[in-house]
Ligand binder design. Structure first.
Ligand code: IVH
Length: 676
């Protein structure tokens, strides 16, 4: 294809995808994919200047306002950012900048998270918010004042007696992960369309014509710069601006730092990227800015990007790809989970070829068909998810996906209890090899019996070879049997036997958890262990007694009761004990306070909020409970301590207002460690 043809094609595609994104709120490609097209067009136009026309999408910064909102002409254009994805790009930019400002100038840079939301410009007159506008195409945006007024992190009045007469402040409006998920859950419950991603949610909400709908979609904002000022204030540095914005009670990211050189910037970027998934909101990189505003002015701007700033983009967490098949996986409790097989695609830093579809309702909700193009997302270590189907790309003959009537592994019928999202294979672990293997995997897992070295492949080989049927069989394995397996040498066999032997000494909580009773997670296992004190007492407990255990309702009680009503399950427990598995019985929980005071945190109520980096929140809860604390979901005057990780929001604010003790993660770990 000639450059002229390709340029035409790119313009058509970019206009189309821009329209889908900005006007319809229904993106058909990811931001990263859009950027590739856009960058290619910029490159081709630069190489072939005769092809450049004023109507090219590269000649404006975004998309012109849609109908419905009044137009706002920006007094100063809202520019876009030049970007890089590697250290070389940063070096180059810094060297170029140094050359431009001259040797004598004192050059330092601020590094800040690049919030993945929607840029807005706020105008305050005598401290009062009078106008809020979207960026639009950079020159003209939309007047979204009424919608922006519903955003609680944006002050309607600036606080302080040094607020200039008129000032424009810029920042990014975004939707936090928590708010995004809550919104989608509610939308699901009402049978309404869900949001594709938080940014789409923020953009769509801001551009709602009915402000009550915006208010129902919780948004937040971080302010990151000054547009223009009237009234004498002449700040010298970007850092100083941010400080002032904070004083006026605008929200400014706490993660902004000053660096001197490329090395400092890279170090910042590494730290930021490591925290990316625990921030509680999306960032797509960082922005580096020359700190001195005098130098910023001196450096100036190119047609759409300033010379004094550079965006560093992290790997995209979203991608589009095609669904080439759907498999149904059978879990430990027979649950049938549809899994999408994908054309491999690079996303979130790895190549992905599967994505979970959770349950058949999700398939229906997405209206997913075979051969569909989908948008997928992989953030951190979370399993890749299918976010949306791109209907515009559906092949004409795309077949529907139906729940199989029989288990794909054992052929037993698949049933779905009323009111349950999950369908299950009705065969037991006796008939269904998938359930058997998953049950053994769970039994051996780190948080259960913790048998190091007994991994997925080995369990497959042991079960397929008929060497292990029940958990107790694991404890009868010998070196000769193990050595007969593929890829198993004497040394690894001995190591495994030693690990099996070590696992014999366990705790009652771990043992109960390891049994894999449906709906009995670690926390419930702990409550059962504490309440009953011994395995026999749990086995003999009636349904009614089980319901008196903390946090155990009728459903969980009936699961535990049904589990131990089965002679086979009771025999399995007895077998394991005979095979040598043992634990110290828990000191029985007597509900008088005297006995309770044995534990150091008894009587205290703790609240966990935000993300913890060193352990899953459930683990933190289990550890606190093991020390006698109660872990609650909301903060009140009775709360003893709040542990606040990144992304903490209203609970943290409430704790602050009530004067409740607040610990960050490091302090929390120190408390845990002080109890050994
Ligand atoms: S400064 C002239 N700082 O990124 C540069 N932008 O790709 C003005 N963004 O339109 C932008 N976080 O919507 C700046 N800390 C930050 C930002 C940020 C997110 C967005 C903003 C801008 C886009 C440029």
């Amino acid at each position: 294809m000639s450059p002229a043809d390709r340029v035409l094609e790119l313009r058509r595609l970019i206009d189309h995808y821009g329209y889908c994104y900005h006007v319809l709120d229904q993106p058909e490609i990811t931001d990263a994919e859009y950027d590739w097209l856009y960058d290619e067009l910029v490159r081709l136009e630069a190489e072939n200047p005769e092809l450049l026309i004023p109507e090219s999408p590269t000649q404006r910064v975004g998309v012109a306002p849609a109908n419905g909102f009044a137009e706002v002409i920006h007094r100063e254009a809202m520019l876009s950012l030049d970007k890089t994805t590697d250290a070389a790009g940063i070096n180059e930019w810094m060297n170029r900048t140094r050359k431009l400002v001259g040797d004598g100038a004192l050059l330092s840079f601020t590094c800040e998270p690049k919030i993945d939301g929607v840029a807005v410009a706020l105008v305050y007159e005598h401290g009062r918010l009078v106008q809020a506008a979207t960026r639009g195409d950079g020159e003209r945006g939309e007047d979204v004042t009424t919608n922006v007024r519903t955003i609680k992190t944006i002050p309607l009045h600036l606080h302080g007696d040094d607020v200039p007469a008129r000032i424009e402040i810029r920042g990014e409006v975004y939707m936090s992960h928590q708010d995004f998920e809550r919104f989608n859950q509610q939308a699901l419950a009402r049978g309404e369309r869900t949001l594709v991603n938080p940014r789409n949610g923020a953009a769509g909400s801001l551009r709602q014509l009915d402000p009550t709908l915006t208010a129902a979609r919780p948004l937040s904002m971080f302010s990151y710069s000054l547009g223009w000022v009237e009234g004498g204030w002449q700040p010298e540095s970007h850092f100083q601006v941010l400080e002032k914005l904070r004083q006026w009670r605008l929200r400014v990211s706490p993660l902004i730092e000053n660096v001197q050189d490329a090395e400092g910037a890279m170090e910042y970027l590494q730290r930021l990227e490591a925290r990316r998934d625990s921030l509680g909101y999306d960032i797509d990189g960082a922005v580096l800015k020359v700190d001195s505003l005098v130098l910023q002015r001196q450096l100036g701007a190119l047609s759409r990007t300033p010379r004094w700033a550079l965006a560093f983009k992290f790997a995209a967490e979203e991608a589009t790809t095609r669904v080439v098949g759907v498999d149904f996986q059978v879990g430990r409790t027979g649950s049938i989970t549809p899994v999408a097989r994908l054309e491999p695609v690079f996303v979130g830093g790895v190549t992905v070829s599967n994505a979970t579809l959770h349950n058949i309702d999700e398939v229906v909700r997405l209206d997913l068909r075979m051969g569909d193009t989908v948008m997928i997302r992989r953030a951190g270590d979370v399993i890749p998810q299918v976010m949306a189907v791109i209907l515009a790309k559906r092949p004409a003959d795309a077949e529907s996906i139906v729940l199989p009537a029989n288990c794909p592994v054992c052929g037993s019928t698949v049933e779905r209890a009323e009111e349950e999202a999950v369908a299950r294979c009705t065969g037991s672990a006796n008939v269904c090899m998938a359930q058997r293997k998953e049950g053994l995997r769970h039994f051996a897992s780190r948080r259960a019996m913790d048998i190091e070295g007994l991994g997925d492949k080995l369990i497959d080989a042991l079960v397929d070879g008929g060497l292990v049927r029940t958990a107790a069989d694991i404890y009868h394995l010998d070196l000769e049997t193990l050595a007969s397996l593929p890829r198993m040498a004497e040394k690894s066999g001995n190591n495994l036997l030693a690990a099996i032997e070590r696992s014999c000494q366990t705790t009652l909580q771990r043992f109960i958890f390891a049994l894999g009773i449906r709906d009995v997670g670690e926390a419930t296992a702990l409550n059962l262990a504490r309440h009953f004190g011994s395995m026999d007492a749990v086995i003999d407990a009636s349904d009614e007694t089980l319901q008196t255990v903390e946090d155990v309702g009728p459903v969980v009680a009936s699961r535990v009761f049904a589990f131990f009503s089965s002679a086979e399950n009771r025999a399995a427990v007895a077998e394991l004990r005979r095979a040598g598995v043992r634990w110290k019985d828990h000191p029985p929980l007597v509900t008088t306070s005297a006995a309770n005071h044995v534990l150091p945190l008894t009587g205290q109520t703790w609240v966990l909020t935000g993300t913890l980096e060193s352990m899953p929140r459930d683990d933190a809860k289990t550890r606190l409970e093991a020390l006698g604390a109660k872990v609650a979901g909301s903060v009140s005057a009775k709360t003893h301590t709040v542990v606040a990780g990144p992304g903490a929001g209203s609970k943290l604010a409430k704790a602050e207002s009530l004067g409740v003790q607040i610990l960050d993660e490091a302090a929390f770990l120190a408390v845990l460690n002080s109890f050994g």
